[in-house]
Write a protein that binds this ligand. Structure first.
Ligand SMILES: C[S@@+](CC[C@H](N)C(=O)[O-])C[C@H]1O[C@@H](n2cnc3c(N)ncnc32)[C@H](O)[C@@H]1O
Length: 389
């Protein structure tokens, strides 16, 4: 890489904290600056709680970097890792870490960590009021899940057979050498199993801080691929347009409990996926769920309701909505046999008064059979992006 400075020197600050290049820093004794950093004119840095800008970082003019936001009293060290570039007029909030080589578009508001090597635009889209209200309850639910199950594979899904079959199904569609995004990665269990078997560069985002904390706590040894975890919301993704070769979800978008906001998330996914890229939508759908409940009714069993924190998708509605930019080329009902066995036949055959167990031999048997029919709420719709915005 060409060196931008022949003779870089650490800046000096006058009594107002201003440098001779007209950028300023309050509490500059807490500013740690790497070599060859370039900070544009009229940028303001509040370093009260620590700001570290590593070597070779370039920051445009008129940016604001706050380790202390006095308006809402948010505090936290800001770290900008080496070779990152931050566009003009960007605001960076307390506690944020921007990963190495990341590029932040001009006029961005950065309030969440940015992983290494990604290119981000200013946030777009946004949730409706109803989503924000419902989401706080759902977020609370995932704090409890994270506290109860930690890094376990049964966090967010009590039936480990389902988890295993989901991972196998995702692996069928994920090819090596791809830049991949998982939206709603939870505690990162599936993400890590996937990079153990595929040489991909995976980023997992989740709206729950506790889940991301669990994901980051994982030790990964001998994996073929790489994974980074970051806090991020499906409704406000700030990755650059057409950044990923493939995107997948695993029962995440059902947590956005109104169709209007689910569409916002689907649009955000469409925006950050390359033309020709694959969207593996592993979610719950009403058609398979209805078929399963009809079979249960035939055997005198009660309906299994949609969980309170989910809104299942209508397959036809999703297909119509995605139609302008995507080709829906496959529906994979990989859990149909398993659901028919474990949620219809097994409970119907049980002696009266006995409850079905996820770890029963019956379930294990059905988990090994090939799948047929359409009797599971969970399925994969496979979309290929055929048109840009
Ligand atoms: C059912 S869990 C599945 C998690 C993970 N895919 C797994 O299989 O364990 C749904 C996850 O989606 C996350 N989530 C819900 N709404 C989200 C949103 N708007 N953006 C990002 N993540 C979200 C939740 O925090 C939760 O971790």
């Amino acid at each position: 890489m060409d060196r931008r400075f022949k003779d870089w020197k650490h800046p000096e600050f006058d009594e107002k904290g201003t440098t001779k290049w007209n950028w300023m820093c309050q509490y500059h004794e807490n500013l740690k600056l790497g070599k060859e950093t370039d900070i544009g004119a009229f940028t303001y840095i509040n370093a009260k709680y620590g700001v570290e800008i590593e070597e070779n970082v370039q920051i445009g003019s008129h940016c604001s970097i706050y380790s202390w936001s006095t308006i809402d009293d948010k505090r936290g060290k800001v770290t900008i890792k080496k070779n990152a570039r931050v566009g003009a007029h960007t605001v960076i909030m307390p506690g944020v870490t921007i990963g190495k080589n990341a590029v932040i578009g001009a006029c961005s508001l950065v309030s969440e960590n940015i992983p290494d090597n990604v290119e981000c635009d200013s946030g777009r889209g946004g949730a409706s009021k109803s989503d924000k209200a419902e989401n706080s309850l759902i977020q609370k639910h995932y704090v409890e899940q994270a506290e109860k199950f930690g890094t376990s594979g049964i966090s967010t899904i009590s039936d480990i057979n389902i988890r295993k079959l989901e991972i196998n199904a995702l692996l069928r569609y994920l090819e090596d050498s791809r830049k991949v995004l998982e939206v709603g990665c939870g505690n990162g269990y599936s993400a890590v199993r996937i990079i153990e078997q595929r040489n991909i560069d995976l980023i997992g985002i989740d709206a729950s801080e506790e889940m991301i904390k669990m994901a980051k706590a994982r030790t990964i040894v001998g994996a073929k691929g790489k994974v980074q975890f970051a806090l991020g919301n499906a409704l406000r993704m700030n990755f650059q347009d057409e950044f990923f070769d493939a995107i997948f979800t695993e029962r995440c978008l059902i947590n956005i409990t109104n169709w209007e906001d689910q569409k916002v998330a689907l649009e955000a996914i469409a925006r950050v996926l390359k033309v020709g890229g694959l969207f593996i939508m592993l979610e719950c759908f009403t058609d398979g769920w209805r078929n399963m409940n009809e079979a249960r009714a035939e055997l005198g069993l009660k309906e299994i309701p949609q969980p309170w924190h989910d809104l299942f998708f209508d397959k036809e509605e999703v297909a119509r909505f995605m139609n302008s930019k995507f080709e829906l080329f496959k529906e994979d009902n990989f859990l149909s046999t398993y659901f028919f066995g474990s949620r219809v036949l097994y409970p119907a055959l049980l002696p009266k008064g006995q409850e079905p167990r996820y770890d029963s031999q019956i379930n294990s048997f059905f988990a090994h059979l090939p799948s047929f029919g359409n009797h599971s709420s969970i399925k994969i719709l496979l979309f290929r992006k055929v048109k840009a915005d």
